[in-house]
Design a protein around this ligand. Structure first.
Ligand SMILES: Nc1ncnc2c1ncn2[C@@H]1O[C@H](COP(=O)(O)OP(=O)(O)OP(=O)(O)O)[C@@H](O)[C@H]1O
Ligand SMILES: [Mg+2]
Length: 323
C-alpha cells in the first residue's frame, strides 16, 4: 500500500486538432503525500493545466489521456463520471485558472455551494448555507451572508476567484489543486489567499498542488517543485535545491528571470531567449535545445531522460551524465 495520496505514472495527454496532434503532456510521473505542497512551474503552454485536467477527468472532448493516476490505491484515470464525481470536488478539488470553468452562470452562488454539501455530506439546507457563508467569509468576501444569494456575474473578477476558492474548500478536500489561484487578484488579497492555503496545510494536512508562474509563491509555500518544459518534467527537487542548486538549464533561466530586490538597480530584466517549443512538432532530441546555452550535438539527436541526482532530485539534461 502506498503512502502517497496521489500518484501519477507515465501520464500522456494528446489533443486531436485539424492541424495534427498536440503532444500536451508527455510521460509525466510524480506523487504527492498528505500535507505536502508541490509547486508546478513552467512557461505558458508547457502542459501544467492539462496534467491536472487529465487527473480530474476534465479534458476537453478532443483530448485523450493515458498512463495511470491513482488516488490513494484506486486507479482514477478515465473513470466514468459518476464514479469520479464521488472524488471530484469532494476529496480532491481544483481551483481553476478561469473562474467561470467551475461556476455555473445560471445558478446563484448559494445553490452552487450548498448542493455539494447536501449531496455528499448529508447536510440540511440550512446547515449547508451556514457553512457556505463561513467559507466565503474566510476567503475575504465582505457581506458574505447577503452576497451568497447573488449570481456569478454580479461579482468582480477577483471576487469570483475567491468564490471559487471557497467552493473548492467546502468539503475539506484531502488534495487541493490550485491553478494560478491568485493571478487575477491584487497583492494584498493574494497574500490573504496564500495565508489561507498555508493554514489549510497546517490545520488539515491538506495536500496542495500549486501551479504558478510566480517563483516567489513557490518559495513561500511549496515543499517540492516540478519544472515543466514542452509537456515534460525537466527537473524536480525540494524547494531549497531548486532555488540554490538548480541543475537544468531551463530552471536556471527561470530563476534568472525572476525579479529580485537585490538586482533592482539592473536596467534590464533577463528573459530566456527564443520561443517555447511547438507541441505539434516537437524536435527530436531535447525540447530546450534551441534556447539552451549548453547545447551539444547529442542534445539534437536524442532526448535526455530524467536522471536521478539524489533522492527525490532529478534533471533531464545530458550534463548530469557527463561525456
Ligand atoms: N482542447 C485543446 N485542443 C488542442 N490543444 C489544446 C487543448 N487544450 C490545451 N491544448 C494545448 O495543450 C498545451 C498545454 O496547455 P496547458 O493549458 O496545460 O498549458 P499551461 O502550462 O497550463 O499554460 P498557462 O501557463 O498559459 O496556463 C498548449 O499548447 C495548449 O494549446
Ligand atoms: Mg494553465
Amino acid at each position: 500500500m502506498s503512502q502517497h495520496i496521489l500518484t501519477v505514472d507515465n501520464l500522456t495527454t494528446r489533443f486531436a486538432t485539424p492541424d495534427g496532434e498536440v503532444e500536451a503532456v508527455n510521460a509525466v510521473s510524480f506523487h504527492i503525500d498528505p500535507g505536502e505542497t508541490l509547486g508546478v512551474v513552467g512557461e505558458s503552454g508547457s502542459g501544467k493545466t492539462q496534467i491536472f485536467m487529465s487527473v480530474m477527468g476534465l479534458l476537453s472532448k478532443n483530448g485523450k489521456a493515458s498512463g495511470s493516476v491513482r488516488y490513494k490505491d484506486a486507479e482514477i484515470l478515465n473513470l466514468a463520471p459518476a464514479k469520479l464525481n464521488k472524488i471530484r470536488g469532494v476529496t480532491m478539488s481544483m481551483i481553476f485558472q478561469d473562474p467561470m470553468t467551475s461556476l455555473n452562470p445560471f445558478l446563484k452562488i448559494s445553490k452552487q455551494m450548498t448542493e455539494v454539501l447536501v449531496e455528499h455530506r448529508g447536510y440540511s439546507e440550512e446547515k449547508a448555507l451556514k457553512h457556505a457563508v463561513n467559507m466565503l467569509d474566510r476567503v475575504g468576501i465582505p457581506g458574505a451572508a447577503q452576497r451568497v444569494h447573488m449570481y456569478p456575474h454580479e461579482f468582480s473578477g477577483g471576487m469570483r476567484q475567491r468564490v471559487m476558492i471557497a467552493m473548492a474548500l467546502l468539503c475539506d478536500p484531502e488534495v487541493l489543486i490550485a491553478d494560478e489561484p491568485t493571478t487575477a487578484l491584487d497583492v494584498t488579497v493574494q497574500a490573504q489567499i496564500l495565508d489561507l492555503l498555508r493554514d489549510l496545510k497546517k490545520d488539515f494536512n491538506t495536500a496542495i498542488v500549486m501551479i504558478t508562474h510566480d517563483l516567489g509563491v513557490v518559495a513561500g509555500l511549496c515543499d517540492r517543485v516540478m519544472v515543466m518544459y514542452g509537456g515534460r518534467v525537466v527537473e524536480t527537487g525540494n524547494v531549497r535545491d531548486i532555488f540554490y542548486d538548480s541543475h537544468h538549464p531551463y530552471t536556471e533561466g527561470l530563476l534568472k528571470s525572476m525579479p529580485r530586490i537585490d538586482r533592482a538597480h539592473e536596467q534590464k530584466m533577463y528573459a530566456i531567449p527564443g520561443q517555447p517549443p511547438n507541441l505539434q512538432n516537437l524536435p527530436s532530441g531535447c525540447a530546450y535545445q534551441e534556447r539552451c546555452d549548453y547545447v551539444q550535438n547529442r542534445c539534437t539527436q536524442s532526448r535526455p531522460v530524467l536522471y536521478d541526482i539524489a533522492q527525490g532530485r532529478a534533471s533531464a539534461c545530458f550534463r548530469e551524465v557527463g561525456e
